[in-house]
Design a protein around this ligand. Structure first.
Ligand code: C2E
Ligand code: MG
Ligand code: MG
Length: 587
């Protein structure tokens, strides 16, 4: 932006001048101006001004934007032409705001004011916008705006965005650094304990991706209000970015005080949240570090609270953890893990284990879930929960996933041929694999190579994966389904499925997530969720498999309520192919 150095008043005057010039140009351009004059004006005004300009037709569809628009919003002309300006909305304003805007355009022939919009990268920012109708017969609208982020200061009642997060009005990371180092030296001088809590909302990205920025923003604002309701006046909350918050508890008497606050926060943040017709259940993870035991300076306290937060995430939903020195060693391990994983495939360190899936009524083994195992020469068995995320991030999941698919299909074909056992083999697909253009042809190739009839293959996808791009999912699933294989939705109940899509997806089975099955006997809510999933599945003519069944009571409950299939330690953990053969030979 070349507005540097101007005052806000100068900027607004300039903007008004450009607006008048441009409006005049557009109104006259059809009749009075020569071609040369038009070209000149178009070049000087439309192309060269740093302000953003957009022109719509009478239906409010964008027909042209200038380079200034692209510079400010991040959208190229190709991305916006034909769409409505509402794609720029930040959701900071309600419908009434827009109604008033259009009323004013109708009555006064113009609207001018400050509005918060969203850039393509998701950032929301303030702009000074002028909208005028074009031509006497309103053949369209002209919008001209400038980014006024740098002009926003106390005199327009908004906190300085360099130090405050515009969405929640909470102080940001910069201010945290300033304040925390000050608080640490204060605590040092007065020989007091203090605590840093880092909070991360679990699976925030899923909510943003599936329900949109509006839901994400609402969630963050609600979280910010809920956090404030849990704390004393002397405690400070910061929004560090995305879905991360920091809380500083000054002057605590003992470390357990921080645990108490963490528990309270987790309970309040887990309350359901209404977003249009969705009820969102979110969980968070909190890491705690205490001054001076876990660090005597700001950097160490933050680093250690983060290590504790990562540990809390691993421990499961709605968890908090105090920092322990072993946690940093763990982070280092993660780094070397990726390096090792690259070698694992080549060195035959990966294996596939099989967990039996049983028909609940007859307890006969009818299927097996293929579960990846990594036997590291020095570190021993590494859990997929630990290395699959690394494989996803690094892209290694693609060759690894294809290897699992091929190994599992080959195995099922062997059982079919040598023992005449019709085992349907379930293979987990990661999001990254599912987004590959050539997924269908890869699966086809593997089936051809191994000779496994497609009806003996089931692919497991997760809810969130399917909802990310429902139309694409629908297309891919239809293709896979038409080849004859089965599709199941894994970890069902933990994501945010839209029922209307679920109905359209050509799926066969819902897999009830282990976390619900686990407490079926003790938690009435979990029992109710399982029953609801069974009822939902049956009404959509889908089968249900419960995973993580560990006790007779659980399996009895599931049987009584119409669940068709089970898998879990009660029957067998995942085992080697040799052990699996023994299991099927018995039945
Ligand atoms: P998942 O697909 O939901 O698999 C079920 C997990 O629950 C397995 O963990 C299994 O060992 C465990 N489990 C089964 N029954 C019980 C039980 O009764 N009690 C308990 N406590 N656990 C039980 P595992 O093998 O550690 O795999 C974890 C996750 O890693 C899987 O969850 C899946 O999401 C992922 N994964 C495993 N193999 C692959 C793979 O080949 N590709 C991809 N993309 N992901 C995989
Ligand atoms: Mg699975
Ligand atoms: Mg699962």
């Amino acid at each position: 932006m070349n507005t540097t150095g101007k005052t806000k008043k100068e900027l607004l005057d300039e903007l008004e001048k450009i607006r008048l010039e441009l409006q005049g140009f557009l109104e006259r351009s059809d009749s009075h101006l020569s071609k040369l004059q038009k070209e000149y004006l178009e070049e000087t005004i439309f192309i060269n001004v740093s302000e953003g300009i957009l022109i719509t037709d009478s239906m409010c569809r964008i027909i042209n934007v200038n380079p200034g628009f692209t510079h400010i919003t991040g959208y190229t002309p190709q991305e916006v032409i034909g769409r409505k300006p509402s794609i720029l909305k930040s959701n900071k304003h309600d419908q009434q705001f827009y109604n008033k805007m259009f009323l004013e355009i109708d009555q006064n022939g113009k609207w001018q004011g400050e509005i918060w919009n969203r850039r393509k990268n998701g950032e929301i920012y303030p702009q000074w916008l002028t909208i005028v109708p074009l031509g006497a017969n309103r053949s369209g609208f002209l919008g001209i705006f400038t980014d006024i982020t740098r002009y926003i200061n106390k005199d327009i009642k908004i906190k300085n965005p360099a130090y405050y997060d515009p969405l929640t009005s909470l102080p940001n990371r910069h201010l945290l650094h300033d304040r925390l180092s000050f608080m640490v030296s204060h605590a040092k001088r007065n020989k007091k304990l203090m605590s840093v809590l880092l909070l991360d909302i679990n699976r925030f990205k899923v909510i943003n991706d599936t329900l949109g920025f509006g839901a994400g923003d609402l969630l963050l604002q609600t979280m910010s209000n809920r956090l404030q309701s849990c704390l004393r006046d002397v405690d400070t909350i910061f929004r560090l970015g995305n879905d991360e918050f920091a809380i500083i508890l000054e002057e605590i008497a003992q470390p357990q005080d921080a645990s108490r606050v963490a528990k309270r926060i987790l309970a309040v943040c887990a309350l359901p949240l209404q977003f249009s017709d969705h009820e969102l259940y979110v969980t968070s993870s909190i890491g705690i570090s205490i001054f001076p035991t876990d660090g005597e300076d700001m950097e160490t306290l933050l680093k250690n609270a983060e290590a504790a937060m990562n540990r809390a995430k691993e421990m499961g939903i709605n968890n908090y953890q105090h920092y322990k020195p072993a946690m940093n060693a763990k982070a280092f391990e993660q780094l070397t893990l990726e390096h090792n994983l690259r070698k694992a495939l080549k060195n035959n360190e990966l294996m596939v284990y099989y967990q039996p899936q049983l028909d609940l009524a007859t307890e006969k083994i009818i299927g097996a879930e293929a579960l990846l195992r990594w036997k590291h020469p020095d570190l021993g068995m590494i859990s997929p929960a630990q290395f699959i995320p690394i494989a996803e991030e690094s892209g290694l999941i693609l060759p690894i996933g294809e290897w699992v698919l091929r190994t599992a299909c080959k195995q099922a074909k062997t059982w079919l041929d040598t023992q005449n056992k019709k085992i349907v083999i379930s293979v987990n697909l990661s999001a990254r694999q599912f987004q590959q253009q050539d997924l269908v042809s890869t699966v086809n190739k593997v089936l051809q190579e191994t000779g496994l009839p497609p009806r003996y293959l089931e692919l497991e996808i997760t809810e969130s994966l399917g909802m990310k791009n429902p139309e694409l999912t629908l297309r891919t699933l239809r293709e896979l389904k038409s080849m004859g294989m089965h599709i199941s939705i894994d970890d069902f109940g933990t994501g945010y499925s839209s029922l209307s899509y679920l109905k359209r997806f050509p799926i066969d089975t819902l897999k009830v997530d282990r976390s619900f099955v686990m407490d079926i006997q003790t938690d009435a809510n979990d029992a109710a969720i399982v029953l609801a999933i069974i009822a939902l599945a049956h009404s959509l003519k889908l089968k249900v498999i419960a995973e993580g069944v560990e006790s007779r009571e659980q399996s009895q409950f599931l049987l009584e309520h119409g669940c068709e299939m089970v898998q879990g330690f009660l029957f067998s953990p995942p085992v080697t192919p040799e052990e699996f053969e023994k299991l099927i030979a018995k039945k």
